[in-house]
Design a protein around this ligand. Sequence first.
Ligand code: ZN
Length: 67
Amino acid sequence: MDPRRQFERLEASMLLCPRCRVARPVRRRLLLVLPEGDKIDYLCTACGTSCGDGLERPPPGTGPFFR
Ligand SMILES: [Zn+2]
């Protein structure tokens, strides 16, 4: 099993967009590859505003987390 496949499923997640003021599906943009995980920027699919960023760790189980 390729763990990257699980990442792709997270693309369907919704986040609260500060501009739309509703939860929107987000697009993931890789910002940085760090030793502790991939730094991802989440962009609103409707307006393109950043809805936050998070670190996605390669081992499955923890999911993305947000500051
Ligand atoms: Zn938006």
